[in-house]
Ligand binder design. Structure first.
Ligand SMILES: [Zn+2]
Length: 270
């Protein structure tokens, strides 16, 4: 596998490669990792490792099969993603996948990638459960997730858990400073207009927002573990509430809520 981007995940990757080489591929994997990990790319590499006839457990990256996986046109590789304009992955998408994998694959097996499982509502998860309980043939299901706790325990218990750490991107100095300022303003009860002013100075864009939320959470943790109790502007409960609010905003942004709206909602709610 060409896994350089996951140098912090060597043990996990080794375990997965060994299972492929030994012919012990599981029916379902739950691949969890923070927002900055490219989980779809990881899933694609794993699919190649499973399907490539030339280098089992690695994927040669050059044969017709690897090339089809790379170009998302492999007949036995099924991606389930949210459709344009939708908040969630539709239950029909899960059902269509089930109808497809009930038929014989072109090659040795189907690989289904759910990107991400966080966008499956409970009814869709329950529908998926049927496949996890009785997977047809040699089908392998990869469920990607930023937070596996969002999935039903019945789903989690049927998957092999793989936690990716990835390589965190260094936060931009501006984002870091603003994150600290915004966190302190929320915790010390600064007026709403001051908080939105700080928020307004943060460059907009998906990566920066994820980074802002990461930095705010990091600052909250630092405050919680700070030895200088007098310097802490809030109680542990208040800091905990902010962390919960940040998690909620992150989930809402993932589900397609505008970044600005999700963050302003957070600023108003605390
Ligand atoms: Zn290959």
């Amino acid at each position: 596998m060409t896994f350089e981007a996951w140098k912090n995940d060597e043990a996990t990757i080794h375990r997965m490669q060994e299972s492929v080489r030994a012919g012990r591929v599981s029916h379902a994997y739950l691949i969890e990792g923070p927002s900055y990990t490219d989980k779809p790319a990881f899933a694609r590499e794993f699919a190649k490792a499973i399907l490539c006839p030339r280098r089992v457990g690695d994927g040669c990256g050059q044969c017709a099969i690897c090339s089809k996986v790379d170009h998302d046109n492999h007949e036995d590789l099924i991606w389930i993603r949210r459709m344009l304009g939708k908040k969630w992955i539709a239950i029909q998408q899960v059902e269509e996948m089930q109808a497809q994998i009930a038929r014989k694959p072109n090659g040795p097996r189907y690989i289904v990638i759910i990107d991400p499982g966080d966008l499956l509502r409970e009814d869709s998860q329950n529908r998926l459960l049927k496949t996890l309980e009785e997977p047809p043939g040699e089908t392998v299901i990869l469920i990607l997730s930023e937070n596996a706790q969002r999935l039903l325990p019945t789903i989690r218990s049927r998957c092999v858990m793989c936690r990716l750490e990835g390589v965190p991107k260094e936060a931009d100095e501006n984002v870091t400073q603003r994150a600290v300022q915004l966190t302190d303003q929320i915790l010390d009860g600064s007026p709403y207009y001051l908080r939105t002013q700080t928020l307004g100075k943060i460059p907009k864009g998906g990566g920066d927002t994820a980074m802002l939320i990461d930095c705010m959470e990091k600052h909250c943790r630092e405050l919680l573990f700070s030895r200088d109790e007098h310097g802490i502007p809030a109680s542990p409960e208040e800091i905990g509430r902010l962390v919960d609010g940040l998690e909620k905003a992150r989930a809402e942004i993932e589900r397609g809520l505008s970044v600005e709206y999700a963050l302003k909602k957070l600023l108003l709610s605390i």
